[in-house]
Design a protein around this ligand. Sequence first.
Ligand SMILES: [Zn+2]
Length: 280
Amino acid sequence: MLKARWMALLGVMFIAATAMAPARATDLSIELRGARTAGTLMIGKTAVGNRVFLAEQELSVTETGHVVFGFGREASGAQQLHIEAPNGERATISIELQPREYDIDRVDGVPQQTVTPDPEQVARARREAQKVAAARNDMSQRLDFLQPLIMPAEGRISGVYGSQRIFNGEPRNPHYGLDIAAPTGTPVQAPWAGRVVLAEPDLFYSGGTLILDHGYGVTSTYIHLHKLHVQVGDIVQQGQLMAEIGATGRVTGPHLDWRINWGQERLDPALALEHFSITE
Ligand SMILES: [Zn+2]
């Protein structure tokens, strides 16, 4: 008898405890910002504690529930984002990337170039490319990419992301930067705060080259610089003078070639400016 009473009492207490525990509703939503096309930088915000996967790749989520990712020049169609709550419940969000066309410049009937590349220069360019790729692999927990983006320099836009020249039917490497033409010496400022992860005064192709880390895989690149005012390890504030525009490396005139990367994906700075230059 007594035992049964105890059991009943325990049962009541158990029900009471369950009712008092905050009923955590599972929130599998994600708020997404950014263009829905190739070359886009995207920032998402989900409930704190959720995990986020881009296809099979798990993304790092900030303490505030933000994730950042991007899609390169060739990306197209539906991309799957999976949100997983702490209780294991999952939702899939489809991001439909709209088709995009690039400026393609076909030049036919040009005399075949018979210049044999200097093997020493080829080896040098390859070493430098590895160094640049390593700098872009940096994965810090800086949150600079959440700041509204500003232009790194003033000048005329003289080249766009994704454009490509095809000589006698042979496609050259696409152009991944946003080119800003301005006289040598024009200041280059940090469009987001960041940490300098590469500062090279004279690379073979890109000349004076700077790479900033903005956190969670987001980096930005500045090439053909005339003068660098920062070094590796420096923390720069948004708007801080970092370098001067130049015509170093393989170029025809002074301009800044500005790039935004997410890991090894190259993104379009113009799209990022369009979507992230004001706080929403
Ligand atoms: Zn360029």
